[in-house]
Design a protein around this ligand. Structure first.
Ligand code: GDP
Length: 406
């Protein structure tokens, strides 16, 4: 088991997947707000959201183009890759899924699983992306966590593992009981979050649901089963580590709930992202080809560099190419081989994109997601690698146009 000694262990390359209108943009905004990345909450309806920075997106009210934003939570760096929710942009979702290590799938607590949530879920299955489910809009009239979970079980995954019990319903949704820690997280008003004992009136239900969670986990996880058989119960640590294993293997899907609009449930969601979703070290080495031969590159900063360009934006600062670095280290001024275009490219500036600003970096290592300035030919789907260790990560497809941002 890896420890936190490697700086990569604290990286989470995360995407938010959802049916249009389930609340992906609002969840993203609240994550940026909760992590201190933005200080003012953007609202979808007034066009001030940070990730939807393209004017065309603002006008149309849907997220069209992906953008990657880095933020910090509990000593971890979360690189948030925005994925379009609209079915017309399936290719973009596909490419974003390629560079993610984990995702949060957002559902509407009234509608449950909707057709587009199902198609994006299947795409994520194909890419083997581990997921957490977030049942949003718990404040809405008719919100029903159990019904949403039933629709996840029927249509998406046989093992939804519900780790929270809502406190109050609809307008009176004011918190959740964390069934792993058996503590209540309450939002008494404003943005404050209170960690409190489980309210008296919910204690029996919380115990029953905790028991159901332990049984479901023991059924799927051999280590947990052993403890469950020996002691008749599962301790908090075993439960948490089994939930992490099941999430990463794809055998189970942890389910949380909240109301992004009311800023309820986002902090526990971030805790779950950090606790359960994988770091770049926990995912298999990336596969590429060179002259028809398969090659595998580990997330090792000392291996030859290999990176995939997944987004190109023409901005006022220049042509910005978003890269997922799979192996090696890239430095400012490095010359790399664009294996897809068959030419060399020079890395000008390396930038960490933080919502509304770009922090310059001297270098970036395997596992990271950064934007670089100076690449002339790289397109979404291009591989950039060491000239003396070439490989192609993605077979060349239809070239994508460069998107202009005012
Ligand atoms: P997206 O299309 O998935 O990005 O969804 P948006 O974040 O744009 O949200 C769609 C609509 O649902 C907007 O009008 C939001 O204000 C609203 N919305 C988002 N989250 C919540 C929530 O938790 N509760 C309620 N009642 N509305 C929400």
């Amino acid at each position: 088991m890896r420890t936190h000694r490697s700086p990569l262990a604290v990286v989470r390359n995360l995407g938010i997947l959802a049916h249009v209108d389930a609340g992906k943009t609002t969840v993203t905004e609240r994550i940026l707000f909760a992590t201190g990345t933005t200080h003012k909450r953007g609202e979808v309806h007034d066009g001030t959201t940070v990730t939807d920075f393209d004017p065309q997106e603002r006008d149309r009210g849907i997220t069209i183009f992906s953008a990657a934003v880095s933020c910090s939570w509990d000593g971890h760096r979360i690189n948030l890759i925005d994925t379009p929710g609209h079915v017309d942009f399936a290719d973009e979702v596909e490419r974003a899924l390629r560079v993610l290590d984990g995702a949060v799938a957002v559902f509407d607590a009234v509608a449950g699983v909707e057709p587009q949530s199902e198609s994006v879920w299947r795409q994520a299955d194909r890419h083997g992306v581990p997921r957490i489910a977030f049942v949003n809009k718990m404040d809405r009239a008719g919100a029903d966590l159990d019904a949403a979970v039933a629709s996840i079980r029927e249509r998406l995954h046989p093992a939804p593992l519900v780790v929270q019990l809502p406190v109050g319903a609809e307008d009176a949704f004011t918190g959740v009981v964390d069934l792993v820690r058996m503590r209540a997280l309450l939002w008494p008003g404003g943005d404050a979050l209170e960690d409190a004992p489980v309210p008296d009136g919910l204690r029996n239900e919380a115990r029953t649901r905790r028991r159901a969670l332990e049984e479901a986990v023991a059924e799927l996880h051999p280590g947990a089963l052993e403890e469950f058989c020996d002691t008749g119960t599962l301790g908090e640590r075993t439960l948490a580590s089994a939930l992490r294993d099941l999430t990463r293997s794809g055998d189970g899907v942890v389910v949380l709930c909240g109301s992004a609009y009311r800023n309820r449930g986002v902090e526990p969601l971030l805790d779950a992202v950090v606790a359960y979703l994988p770091s770049p070290l926990d995912v298999p080495p990336v596969r590429g080809t060179h002259r028809g031969e398969e090659q595998y590159r580990p997330a090792d900063p000392d291996a030859p560099p290999a990176a995939l360009a997944f987004k190109v934006h023409a901005t006022a600062t220049g042509r910005l190419t978003y890269l997922r670095i799979y192996s090696g280290t890239i430095e400012k001024g490095d010359t790399l081989w664009d294996a897809s275009a068959g030419r060399t490219e020079r890395i000008g500036r390396i930038l960490r994109v933080q919502a509304d600003r770009h922090a310059p970096l001297d270098r970036a290592v395997a596992g990271d997601i950064v934007a670089v300035v100076g690449l002339k030919s790289a397109r979404a789907g291009s591989t950039l690698c060491a000239p003396d260790a070439p490989l192609v990560l993605e077979p060349p497809g239809v070239p994508e146009p460069v998107v202009s941002v005012a």
